[in-house]
Write a protein that binds this ligand. Structure first.
Ligand code: UGA
Length: 427
């Protein structure tokens, strides 16, 4: 049965949730204090780059199941479900900053209808749902935790075909009512208590980050012992207990979630009396990975990097997104800049120098970025990089050298063209 949903916050989680809930047949209104963004959304303009989202947005507006508002009018807060999709940035001490969530809870509490359910989708420290309940302070309103597992670039698919849906509630009736919202999906629903649901979110991101760091370390070992990481990852990943996803070596993990959530879990654990040394080691290993890639560039060039022109392909934290927050590409590039290199950048979606980089020129084409450089470094796995005119690049580069930190290209083809080609852990 279609339900009435209010979503507070139109970041990529709020927007994806709103558009997908409307697609599933529910009546949804999304609220955000950013007036310009709401005006754009009302006219069908999608403010973020996310595959499939603009189409769902138009569909929602056309069917009138999806609407937007810049003010939290009383009638919009009377809906049965109020989803909180608010940012929880990293505070200076590593903890998640919860001010936005608490302020919203405080401001809406007296407007909620009796029997309303406040559903928290933001990634929050364990215990936050309990604090939210206390802030709201109403016996007739339940707080439920329903963490999101949406990857940027495949958020719609992740929402509509999730491996599982986690619902955390301390009252079974509220949990069942939230579960009903997803009754058109075929995925299993796991109903647990609030604290466990909040923990599952951190556990999942941390485990995946650990898996990526593990494969990056394994790639380093492969280089030393003469094994091939592609073959090793295939052999390892086909064991069902391990699983084949998140075994792709790269320049390290980044983005707006993994780094923040790892720090938050380490902090949460230590605040609660457990020193999570395993995760601390994973965070360190990731920082070392940035350095390892910079070292590989230095080695490929064969001399100090001062004054050396380097072409960097890729600035986003992964392919399929325009997001550069905590991008490993930026971390590695900044290390190269500190070693004195002169950087030319090309990224299919990023057209100006992002925050975090002290210098460099962003070009409009890969060809202009590569011309006259002494080494090409691939830092984001954009599939279109495979189809670049590598034969021509071999000619126009000053030195035909590639460090492929995403293992994106075929080593044999590149070497046949005449490149000195280095990647991670591959023979
Ligand atoms: C991540 C989780 O995958 C989502 O489930 C979660 O909902 C989201 O965080 C969040 O907490 O909001 P996302 O940040 O979009 O999603 O990025 P991922 O696809 O998980 O990639 C994270 C980083 O790991 C990227 O830098 C990526 O390049 C890297 N990675 C991933 C690898 O280097 N190798 C892999 O095999 C996989």
């Amino acid at each position: 049965m279609p339900k009435q949903i209010t979503i507070i916050g139109t970041g990529y989680v709020g927007l994806t949730t709103g558009a997908c809930m409307a697609y599933l047949g529910h009546q949804v209104v999304c609220i955000d204090t950013n007036v310009e963004k709401i005006a754009e959304l009302k006219s069908g303009i999608c403010p973020i780059y996310e595959k499939g989202l603009p189409e769902l947005l138009s569909m929602g507006l056309e069917t009138e199941r999806l609407s937007f508002s810049a003010t939290a009018d009383l009638d919009l807060l009377q809906n049965e479900f109020i989803f909180l999709c608010l940012p929880t940035p990293q505070a200076e001490d590593g903890r998640a900053e919860l001010a936005a969530i608490y302020e919203v809870a405080e401001s809406v509490k007296s407007s909620l209808s009796s029997k309303a359910i406040v559903v928290n989708k933001s990634t929050v420290p364990v215990g936050t749902s309990k604090v939210l309940s206390e802030i709201i302070g109403r016996e007739d309103v339940e707080v439920v935790s329903n963490p999101e597992f949406l990857r940027e670039g495949s958020a719609i698919e992740d929402f509509l075909k999730p491996d599982r849906i986690i619902i955390g509630a301390d009252a079974m009736e509220a949990s069942d009512r939230v579960a009903e919202l997803y009754s058109n999906l075929e995925s299993p629903i796991i109903q647990v208590d609030c604290a466990s649901a909040e923990t599952v979110k951190y556990a999942t991101n941390s485990f995946l980050a650990m898996k990526v760091s593990f494969v990056n370390a394994l790639a380093a070992v492969c280089e030393l012992v003469g094994a091939d990481i592609d073959s090793v990852a295939k052999g390892l990943g086909t064991d069902n207990r391990v699983g084949s996803k998140f075994l792709q070596p790269g320049p390290g993990w980044g983005g707006s979630c993994f780094p923040k959530d790892m720090q938050a879990l380490v902090k949460l654990a230590s605040d609660s009396g457990y020193k999570f040394e395993l995760l601390e080691a994973v965070v360190d290993a990731n920082a070392q990975q940035f350095e390892r890639i910079a070292e590989k560039v230095k080695k490929a060039v064969g001399k100090p990097l001062r004054g050396v022109h380097v072409a960097v392909l890729g600035l986003t934290f992964k392919a399929g997104t325009d997001d550069v927050r905590n991008s490993p590409a930026i971390a590695v590039s900044q290390l190269l800049l500190e070693l004195g290199a002169q950087l030319n950048f090309y990224d299919p979606l990023v057209k100006s120098l992002p925050k975090g980089l002290s210098d460099g020129i962003v070009y409009d084409s890969a060809e202009s970025a590569v011309a006259n450089t002494e080494v090409i470094v691939i830092l984001t796995e954009w599939p279109e990089f495979r189809d670049l005119d590598w034969v021509k690049f071999q000619r126009i580069a000053k030195e035909p050298k590639i460090v492929d930190a995403r293992n994106l290209l075929d080593p044999r083809s590149l070497r046949d063209i005449g490149f000195d080609y280095t990647s991670l852990g591959r023979k």
